[in-house]
Design a protein around this ligand. Structure first.
Ligand code: CA
Length: 497
């Protein structure tokens, strides 16, 4: 069943909001983790060592079925911050032209940060919140503190790990490093120190909205050695679905289209329409663009395990920083009156469906961790469907603010009050390949995932339906076997939401 917030309920919420004085509103600590699939203990992943996020999940509400609206950093974050669907924003790239288009267009709406700022909040941004270079000064009470330019590519000097870290050259950057260095030799530790110092010295009377963005486990997988030592991958870590579903064209699962130019420079041609075997051998080019991974061909199992260990190490490293952050919040005396919100911008394939990376509309590409710990709300877990697009209206409700009229998501407040409640019967994800040559739309419903890819002529390139109860690994496309269920989902997808 789909529940819509009626006009009357909206008026009540707005009235409740206006009765709150600005200084009585709860603080918000929003923790963003880059490229984190739900490889967390609290999501039941036995590979994870994440005690601090697990503890936060115990205190808050864990959304078992939360999904991004776009499986790539910039568009996903723009959607979350603006409360608009990626296809409404219309920005799919990370280039200067894309930023300029967003800034100059009528979709440059009030973001959730600016909305809170306009309503009396001190708003601050640390690390990666918007995509690098995209932050809007008007959103924040002080200029964002993103770290050094290119901080994503932070590595240590292998010859002298005790030297300050440096920024690697793209395409020459090692895919992983495990230097034996203190946590704050690397960005996540340094940034956490900075936020903790702010908590310690803060005397501002206003409620705060602190947005803290960790850049790992995004590639390159660099973390202090002790976090690597926490993990000993074995064969059980390898994906059970390393092959794409049979008969499904590469357009749906081939995620290397953003790397055509770079690959060409090293003599590798990435075709627009590879056949299945070519696509498998070239898939995951985001990762292949780093040093230490083969440029072509299936990643060997021993290397897969090393990559998995490195990814898990980065997750544990970030988890440890989140523990420090939450401890500092507690010490500041503000924990009880602070909403803590934790999300990742999209999922990440660790070899599932031949993909190493993001940029698919499958479960693994779109499923994200989402935890909301709000004062006065019960702790628990919910199977209610949720999207990152829902966070803006949810934060409005939790802080007692009215919602700006442009929002396209649904407030998760009913679910925070009752984990059995639902606010949506589908979550939509969108993806555009080769600058618009192919566009994919997908919906996750209670039981199924449906995908439809079309070319720029509007012709169907791929149509897929997976029963996630019978086939959670998305190996068996039901489109031919179950035309009725397929049509039902196609109509739902085309109806919008
Ligand atoms: Ca990302």
């Amino acid at each position: 069943m789909r529940i819509r917030t009626g006009h009357f309920a909206g008026v009540l919420i707005a009235m409740a909001g206006s009765a709150l004085f600005a200084n009585d509103r709860p603080n918000v600590l929003m923790i963003a983790i880059d490229d984190l699939r739900p490889m967390l203990g609290c999501y039941g992943d036995p590979r994870a060592v994440t005690p601090n996020i697990d503890a936060l999940a115990e205190e808050g509400m864990l959304f078992e079925r939360a999904y991004c609206q776009y499986s790539k950093c910039g568009p996903s974050r723009l959607s979350l911050m603006t409360g608009l669907k990626p296809e409404t924003v219309g920005v799919y790239g990370h280039g200067d032209r894309d930023v300029a288009r967003f800034r100059s267009g009528d979709r440059n709406v009030v973001t959730v940060a600016e909305w809170l700022k306009n309503h009396g909040y001190e708003t601050r941004s640390f690390g990666k919140i918007d995509h690098d270079g995209w932050s809007q000064l008007r959103d924040w009470s002080e200029p964002p503190s993103p770290g050094r330019e290119g901080e994503m590519l932070e590595i240590v000097d292998e010859a002298d790990p005790s030297a300050p870290s440096k920024i690697a050259e793209r395409w020459d950057c090692p895919v992983m490093q495990s230097p034996d260095v203190p946590d704050d030799r690397l960005f996540a530790g340094r940034m956490t120190n900075e936020v903790i110092a702010e908590f310690e010295k803060r005397e501002d009377e206003r409620p705060f909205f602190y947005a803290v963005g960790f850049r790992r486990p995004h590639l390159p997988f660099v973390a202090p050695k002790r976090y690597f030592d926490l993990h000993e991958p074995d064969g059980s870590w390898l994906p059970r679905n390393p092959e794409p579903p049979g008969g499904v064209p590469p357009v749906s699962w081939f995620s290397s289209d953003g790397y055509v130019g770079g690959a060409k420079k090293i003599g590798i041609l990435i075709p627009v329409r590879p056949n299945r075997q070519q696509a498998i051998l070239l898939n995951g080019y985001e990762m292949r663009s780093y040093e230490g991974v083969r440029n072509l061909g299936i990643i060997e199992k021993a290397d897969q395990l090393k990559l998995q260990q490195a990814y898990a190490a980065c997750v544990s490293y970030v988890d440890a920083q989140i523990g420090r952050l939450l401890e500092a919040l507690k010490k500041s005396g503000k924990r009880e009156n602070t909403i803590v919100l934790l999300w990742s911008d999209h999922g990440w394939h660790l070899g599932e469906l031949s993909v190493w990376g993001k940029m698919t509309n499958y479960e693994t590409g779109t499923h994200v961790p989402l935890i909301i710990d709000a004062p006065g709300k019960p702790s628990g877990r919910t199977a209610s469907l949720a999207g990152l697009i829902d966070l803006y209206p949810t934060l409005c409700d939790l802080t007692g603010l009215e919602k700006p009229p442009h929002l396209e998501g649904a407030s998760l407040l009913p679910v925070l009050d009752d984990p059995d409640a639902t606010v949506r019967d589908r979550v939509r994800s969108h993806y555009v390949r080769y600058n618009g040559k192919f566009t994919g739309d997908s919906i996750r419903t209670d039981r199924y995932r449906y995908q439809l890819w079309k070319n720029s002529e509007g012709e169907v390139e791929s149509e897929e339906l997976y029963d996630l109860v019978e086939d959670p690994l998305e190996q068996s496309n039901l489109v031919k076997r179950d035309p009725d269920k397929t049509m039902e989902h196609r109509l739902m997808l085309e109806a919008g939401d």
